[in-house]
Structure formats: structure tokens, C-alpha cells
Design a protein around this ligand. Sequence first.
Ligand SMILES: [Ca+2]
Length: 340
Amino acid sequence: MKYLRSFASLIALFSLPASVPLAAQDMSFDQYVQILQARSRAEGVSEATISRMTAGLSPSNRVIELDESQPGGTSQSNRFPPLAPYIASHVDTARISGGQREYRNARSTLARIEQDYGVPGEILVAIWGHETAYGNVTGGFDLSQALATLAWEGRRRDLFEEEFVALMKVADKGYSRSQLKGSWAGAFGYPQFLPSVYLRLATDGDGDGRADIMNNRADTLASIANYFRDAGWRPGQPWGVSAYVPRDFTPSRYATKLDAPVCERVHSRHSQYKTVDEWQALGVQPQRPLAPGTLVSLFQPDGPGSPAWLLTSNYRVILEYNCSNYYAMSVGLLASEIGS
Ligand SMILES: [Ca+2]
């Protein structure tokens, strides 16, 4: 199975054909929790942690309801909602001013992180703003209960069992059960990492030796930067720039011929990659400077004749965090506002 980086990858997994039946819960919840406990123990989690993280555990009907309400993936139409309303609601005045304030407050931290990781501060702040409104909305589900419920329910048992054991390892670092709250599908903290992503990529940003993404701004920004560097962010390159497209341009001639290995529906909306000077020879003009040899794809979210962008490989890194063109455009545009 592809390594899951984020909550979004997880949601993509939920987009299974609607005909996949839920696996029967083949044992009682309590019996299943004993299996989770045994596995956590076998992977070195302390007895005290296992005990406090599983005390009084019961399945959550709300989590099961939310899981079952995930849409199936095969019946989606080919029509995409327009981008502008999404941007209007996600890059609104509150989120812009909040981002500018956080950016100012964290200026020296961000300068250091930019130097260490090569990811611009405004991108990190924009991700934080999108995930949790700068730490204001981090989710109130008991992660132990949510992940044990999803694993027991059975549709994605392997995945959620892994995440449950990863959560026990996070708790073993000294986080209390009441601190370990998050989304119903297991993402938590300011950047909404899954437990396995936390173990792999969360990092200390303020030098106290702990990666506290539940409370600490510097740790959060450094952890997002670490994620982006790991996903292949190229320093010094923008995520994309807006572009002029000639009136008689036929985008379908440049449709991509590649099948993306993950979330193909998202990637299929971008054109073939060409260098900036190849696009210029076709009349497509970037509206901000881009090195002539940079490989970029053309994206017109609302179709031919609508606003266009030339996207670099850094845009794909934003998609790795959450595979949605709406999300990635929104993060990019918010970052531009914050950094301007
Ligand atoms: Ca720290």
C-alpha cells in the first residue's frame, strides 16, 4: 500500500466503489481491543501507556456514521464545481489577516525554518490556516476511540490498526489521552497529521526536544516544512504563477497523457509539462518571472477561456498534503496574500 502522508490521502482511500461491503465485525469490540493492545505491546509501547489510552474504550457510533457517509468514488460526475466560490470562502479576509498576523508573529522562527528546509514561510502558514484555522479548530474526537472504532469496523482494518499502534507510540512520548484529540479519521494537531505521519515527520522547531504539534507554533511550522521537504519541494521555485492564454488557444491539444498513480482525477486536469519557453512559443505568458527552463503544466480550473495558471512541481507537493485542486489553489493563493 502506498505510504499515507495525510488525512487527505486517507479520505482518498475512502473513495472506494460503493459496492465494497463493510467487513463484518468479526469479533466483539472488547476482544478486538485486546488484539490492538497486544500488538502495541509487541511493538514496544509501555504498559502504562496502553492502559491509560484504552481505559473504558467503547466504539463510537458517530465515527461509524461519519465513515459510512463518505461518498463512493465511481459515480462522481465529470463536472467540477467552479473554483471562485471555494476561494472566496477559504481565502477570506479573516483567514488572510489571521495569516498575516501569524506570519509577523513567527517571523524569526520562519526565517530559520526557511533556511533549514527551503520552504517559504507563507506556504507553511497557509497550510496551517487551511488545516485548523491557525490552531483554532483541531477536532474533538478521542483519537484512541476513533481509530479503534475504524479498525474494528473493518473496512480498512490494516490501515487503521497501523494508525492505532502509531498513536500509542505518540502517546508513549508523554502526551496524555486528553491532549490526543483530533478528527474522526485520526488526523490531529495544528497541521492535522495522522499518527504515522507524526512519527515519521513531526519535528522540534523551538529546540526543547519535543515535537508538540498540538500546542506549539514553531514545532508545527517546522513539521509542515519537514513534510514538504520530504515530499520534494524545490527551494526557490514558486508553486505556480498566473498566466495569459491567447484567445484562440486549444488546451485539449496539450492534455496530459500520463496516468497519475494516485488521485488521478485531480492530476488529469493539468496539461502536459512543458518548459516555460515552450509555453511562451505557444503564446502562453507567465504573469510573473519564471526561469525559462522551468517545467510547468497549464491549469484552467474553470475551463477554456477562464483564468489560467502555470504550475510547477511544487504545486504537486501541496497536493501530496491534500489531494484536491481546490485545496492546493487555495493554499497557493492564500500564501501569496500572506507573503505580499
Ligand atoms: Ca518543541
